[in-house]
Design a binder for this molecule. Structure first.
Ligand code: BGC
Length: 515
């Protein structure tokens, strides 16, 4: 099956691009890498609040929590335990380290190999956790899960961006975020089903093996991207894959253009050193700031702590759980909006709309809590006030799901030229993991000290990131991935950093990025 043919202009020539069943299938299968990250994001919070799990591995934490519950020390300062948050966040530190190694694996051995390793690490980690009999097994398993996330998050977005035809690159890449949200959703569901059982935590942790196994098997059968194959000198196989993904025999021009670009890229022996050169300043800046800002939206306060947050604000146990499930379901559905609109309206519109909507929601949530609980933390929500709070939280999650969520994986994977693509994506993952770790670590103490001000703290960052996008992010919709340099040349600020000869190289491009 092949979809409508579209003509994209390359460096000097035009080439035909169709949407084939092969490319759709490959991208669907690869996107399953997102399930690993999502499953972990969604499962851990629930497991670490299961009594049998705490009694077995963290008895002191269990005792302290019971004591805190008895003391009821207000809505802002409950459930604050550093040991447990450190255990939870250790995965993100492991993922950070792994993503740096994954850069070389992905470049030298290919995207497929990194995806396979990601699945394998996660598989072993999930099994160790599911069968854990002591804390050591639990921690080693958790580190392996982190390696799995590091490897798959580093390689899958790059794979998707390279395989996809330019006109639907956004939608196909966002399959990754879609799988993250589905992973979060299923993890919450599984926790809900296992929570009441004595060994429920074993099922919750062990089931992570399922998406990991899927990714391992899938990556064995997937073809690698033509870009990566050419980079590794496998010209013959690269051409066969290009035929398959473009749905036409007429790929000679595109193939030659890929070789031209990649030959230059292959001269670069040290991508890490290279990416710090002034001519890569736009990529380095965006690959560092986008994941930083993504975490500073405050999304993981909802993803990790929604039930705790709702409980703290006086919702009953069931209402808290139900509200959290509603929020993660909204997360899945709203991601669809971005998939359907990103290649039509572009990245900037979604970033700007989503950022503004999240800003308004954070201010609304902060104000509602301030009015009700003030600084002292006394009061409680009526049913309609609680509904209003949940509505704002869902509007916040929806806005994230169609903007900073998927775009933070898409944009860094598509803006880097091949010679620094793996390094750029590793920086993206590493910064993302560092701040996922940071937010998980400091959210509860910050809520305790900043109180409702915490929501205004995130609102402040939302103002900054929206201005950042407005000024510094060029539109990349529809631009072929190996032609991306043209966008910097027409950008008011980044043009200062991009060498002049690149301007003439691409001056014939029909892709008109803005602003
Ligand atoms: C973020 C995660 C977040 C998830 C929510 C991802 O893009 O990196 O930190 O929990 O989206 O859907």
């Amino acid at each position: 099956m092949a979809g409508v043919g579209l003509v994209h202009q390359g460096r000097t020539r035009q080439y035909e691009v169709k949407v084939t069943a092969y490319v759709l299938f490959s991208c669907f299968v690869a996107a399953m890498g997102g399930l690993l990250f999502g499953y972990d994001l969604g499962i851990t919070g629930g497991v670490t609040s299961m009594d049998p799990f705490l009694i077995k591995f963290f008895p002191s934490v269990y005792k302290q929590m019971k004591l805190e519950k008895a003391h009821e020390n207000g809505p802002y300062c409950r459930f604050n335990n550093e040991l447990l948050t450190l255990f939870t966040s250790s995965l993100y530190l492991a993922a950070l380290v792994a993503s740096l190694f994954a850069s070389n694996t992905t470049r030298i051995l290919g995207r497929k190999t990194s995806m396979f390793l990601g699945g394998l690490f996660f598989l072993v980690g999930a099994l160790l956790n599911g069968f854990a009999v002591n804390v050591a097994m639990l921690i080693i398993g958790r580190l392996l899960l982190g390696f799995g996330v590091g490897y798959s998050n580093q390689s899958v977005p790059v794979y998707l961006s390279e395989m996809a035809p330019p006109n639907i690159r956004g939608a196909l890449n966002m399959g990754f975020q879609m799988m993250i949200t589905i992973g979060i959703f299923f993890a919450n569901l599984i926790n809900y089903l296992t929570a009441a059982q004595e060994n429920g935590w074993r099922y919750s942790l062990g089931m992570g093996a399922v998406p990991a196994l899927l990714l391992c098997i899938a990556s064995l059968f997937l073809g690698d991207t033509p870009n990566s194959m050419i980079e590794r000198g496998e010209y013959g196989r690269a051409k066969i894959i290009l035929h398959k993904i473009r749905g036409t025999q007429d790929v000679d021009d595109e193939f030659q253009d890929l070789i031209d670009v990649i030959e230059v890229a292959r001269q670069v022996a040290h991508p890490w050193r290279n990416i710090t050169q002034p001519k890569y300043r736009p990529q380095l800046t965006l690959c560092s700031f986008i994941p930083f800002f993504q975490q500073l939206t405050g999304i993981n306060v909802i993803m990790f702590y929604a039930p705790v947050l709702f409980q703290s604000l006086g919702f009953g146990d069931d209402a808290s759980l139900m509200s959290a499930v509603i929020a993660v379901a909204v997360n899945v559905m709203a991601t669809m909006v971005s998939i359907l609109s990103v290649d039509k309206f572009g990245r900037r519109v979604l970033f700007l709309e989503g950022g503004t909507q999240m800003l308004l929601c954070q201010v609304a949530v902060g104000t509602l809590i301030a009015l009700k609980f003030g600084v002292k933390g006394e009061g409680s929500f009526t049913k309609s006030e609680a509904d209003l709070l949940l509505l704002f939280i869902c509007l916040f999650v929806a806005a994230f799901a169609w903007s900073w969520g998927p775009l933070s994986w898409l944009v860094p994977s598509e803006i880097c030229p091949l010679e620094v693509r793996s390094a750029g994506q590793s920086i993206n993952v590493a910064v993302n993991m560092l701040f996922t770790f940071g937010i998980a670590q400091v959210f509860l103490p910050m809520l305790c000290y900043l109180k409702f001000g915490l929501f205004f703290f995130f609102a402040g960052f939302l103002v900054m990131m929206t201005i950042f996008v407005a000024l510094l992010l060029p539109e990349t919709k529809n631009v072929p991935i190996e032609e991306m340099n043209s966008v910097w040349n027409s950008h008011w600020f980044w043009t200062k950093f991009v060498p002049q000869e690149v301007v003439s190289d691409h001056s014939s491009s029909n892709c008109k990025p803005s602003p």
